[in-house]
Ligand binder design. Structure first.
Ligand SMILES: [Zn+2]
Length: 304
């Protein structure tokens, strides 16, 4: 049986796991990481994980999700924002393959998360889906008619930078009014702090205030729901997928907003034509690991 080392490098930790073709997770380790320390440090964490895992099993492929826009032909980072300084241009595939002599595949972390939901979660059997990760930022995987789309410049599916409001809030991509400036966890905290004299620093604090029926937090959350609905309705008209899967850290707070969002979608004039199907992601943070493994097995089996 074939085995893949699947790796997910996150903002604070890197997780690596050995997964077999049946989708069984045989071994996993996690080590703390700090992307701000630069690419050499991130690659060091990656090497450490591979070294530790590969002694336990014969490995056929190394697969990883990475932040940034990834050239999946070369396994190179086409573009990464300043959240990971120096990451743009890093030749992940080439570096890992030359060190370990094991076939390596790389894709964007949110695209890989979509593949995880497709293999083991909310998108099983779906040929067309839009999987949106609402987290620190917003990323997505868009699969249409069986093909995960990457675009000509590895930028297809960067839904977080779709314009929601022309001349709206400044985004770190250089544009204004991007979706992730309104519907990410970071945006909720930032917008709340602009409106309130009591400042907060995390999404947890924000949702504690929502739970306590804080007036400003409730208003900010209502606007978040309206904006999310605008985005989903637009995306329905662009992609018309079988299903939308909403994941990322914010899905853990869905008890505060999911029903209202569905209600607004169902009342939209669009639903005289069709009602978009929207479901929550089910794998949580494991989606990226399973998705990376799935990507690895697709590579080994010669699937597109
Ligand atoms: Zn943007």
């Amino acid at each position: 049986m074939k085995h893949v080392i699947a790796i997910d490098i996150g903002g604070t930790k890197t997780i690596g796991a050995i997964i077999n073709e049946n989708g069984e997770l045989l071994d996993s380790i996690r080590i703390p990481t700090n992307p701000k320390l630069g690419p050499e440090n991130l690659m060091k964490s990656l090497f450490e994980i591979i070294e530790q895992l590969r002694v336990t099993k014969e490995i056929d492929c190394i697969a990883r999700g990475s932040a940034g826009r990834i050239n999946t032909d070369t396994g190179e980072v086409f573009f990464a924002s300043d959240n990971i300084p120096g990451w743009t241009g890093v030749k992940i595939k080439e570096i890992v393959e030359s060190k370990f002599k094991i076939k390596t595949v790389v894709d964007n972390d949110c695209k890989v998360t979509g593949l995880g939901e497709e293999w083991k979660g909310s998108a099983i059997g779906k040929k067309s889906y839009v999987c949106i990760a609402l987290g620190t930022g917003i990323g997505a995987a868009v699969k249409l008619n069986g093909e995960l789309i990457h675009g000509c410049h590895w930028s297809a599916g960067e839904l977080g930078h779709m314009t929601l409001y022309p001349n709206g809030r400044q985004c770190n991509c250089g544009l204004k009014g991007c979706f992730e400036q309104y519907c990410s966890g970071t945006a909720l905290v930032k917008i709340f702090n602009e409106k309130s004299e009591n400042k907060i620093s995390t999404g947890y604090e924000f949702f504690d205030l929502v739970k306590d029926k804080n007036e400003i937090a409730s208003l900010v959350l209502d606007n978040f729901i309206d904006d999310l609905v605008i985005a989903i309705l637009s995306l329905s008209n662009i992609y018309d997928p079988e299903v939308f899967i909403l994941g990322g850290g914010l899905i853990d707070t869905k008890c505060y907003w999911w029903d209202k969002m569905i209600d607004k979608i169902e009342k939209s004039p669009l639903t005289s034509l069709f009602v978009p199907s929207i479901v929550p992601a089910t794998l949580g943070s494991k989606a990226a690991i399973y998705g990376a493994a799935y990507l690895g097995f697709k590579e080994l089996n010669g699937d597109d």
